[in-house]
Design a protein around this ligand. Sequence first.
Ligand SMILES: Cc1cc2nc3c(=O)[nH]c(=O)nc-3n(C[C@H](O)[C@H](O)[C@H](O)COP(=O)(O)OP(=O)(O)OC[C@H]3O[C@@H](n4cnc5c(N)ncnc54)[C@H](O)[C@@H]3O)c2cc1C
Length: 426
Amino acid sequence: MGRTVIVIGGGAAGLMAAISASRSGAEVTLLEKNERLGKKLSQTGNGRGNYTNILLLGKEYRCNDPAFPSDIVRFFPPEKAISFFRELGVIPKFRGTYVYPASEQASCLTEALEEELRRLGVRIISKANVLSASPRSDNNGSRQGFLIHTNKGDFCGDAVILSTGGMAHPETGSDGGGYRLAACFKHTIVQPVPALTSLQCGGRYYKEMAGARAEASICLEVDGSMAASDRGELQFTDYGISGIPAFQVSRFASRGLQIGKDVKVHISFLPDWENCRGRLRDELKKRKSLLKDRPAKNFLMGFVNSHIAFALMQLAGIRMDKASGKLNDAELSKLAGLLTDLTDNVISVNPFSKSQCTAGGVSTREIIPGRMESKLKKNLFFAGEIVDVDGICGGYNLHFAWASGMIAGKAAACPSFSAKVTAQVP
Ligand SMILES: Cc1cc2nc3c(=O)[nH]c(=O)nc-3n(C[C@H](O)[C@H](O)[C@H](O)COP(=O)(O)OP(=O)(O)OC[C@H]3O[C@@H](n4cnc5c(N)ncnc54)[C@H](O)[C@@H]3O)c2cc1C
């Protein structure tokens, strides 16, 4: 008789794990508490589904044990994800290194996976909220397994895959309940905090800058050390900063604040001038004579976004009606400093409800990477965001869901399986 595998959670990782286990010969039951599968998956990439990235070096992931995610994605590199979906009818579309379905509909990823589950005969139980999981053995103790208790009754399996996600956008179903299930088996949970989200900052000038966008670089400083940096289009809101660069560094801000550290952000509106402040001061001096009759409020016009220019002039304490020709050296120096390093305190990050990912989760030190199996409880497996791995923007989180789901499914079906590295990190 084949092994019975119960997959808890029908998001990206659970759908992949159920397919993988079923293709490996297991009899699979998928339990999902929502009415429909893949609710979050269908919303990814602004509805367009950025499902992997062909530039994957392994260092795009954060984890207390950095080798862990890089091993997982080497077991299942992007080419495999692309060919897996191609076989289900999803043609890739490349935007730079980012990969989307050609239809640009994230929902087609869910539908393709669901079709495959049905073709394989996986039993799908929706509106099944898993309330607890416990070990069980047959009367004579010959067969060990799990008893899964749900609002729709109890289910038994030889192996269980926990793929209940993290806590980001909890209205999609991933509300952190899976951590409690993992904790039933004594797993350590690294404190979950929001990741891929906006930064709430202390400065009072955000009202003036709200709505402005600028190509900029940001550096995040945690207790005096540079923790992360990024460059791209920043978006200003009335409470702080958003946009991809803010998202990329946000998990370090979240973690720093959670453990009571001092978090600061440094913004450069002129990233190419950062290392040549002298040249920038000369440029501003040239502007001063060129625009000498214009009021100071227009001094930076055409150089940086006008809302940002206005806020920086105010921060430099410059009177707006003063003629640009009257700006003194100290004022020009101050402006050069603010243009290349506007420093502010990060007070908070946006909550889970406005975050795309969770940093933290089941400690990877308690998981065997080649099998995604618990080191504490045999036949208990993990896949996806429930694990303490978070990726940067660009398709990396879905890729981790596919890779970990593929491994967990195979290993749950085959006790002798151990994933082999199929790609070398360059
Ligand atoms: C708005 C948004 C956009 C995103 N865009 C991208 C993108 O373009 N590219 C990218 O790589 N990543 C993106 N992400 C991140 C990515 O969606 C997640 O990392 C990924 O979906 C995680 O998959 P998962 O299967 O681990 O968890 P989830 O997709 O969260 O699935 C977990 C499932 O488990 C179910 N569940 C939870 N508890 C129980 C229970 N007790 N009983 C039964 N079922 C349960 C939930 O209902 C849910 O369906 C985005 C995230 C968000 C929020």
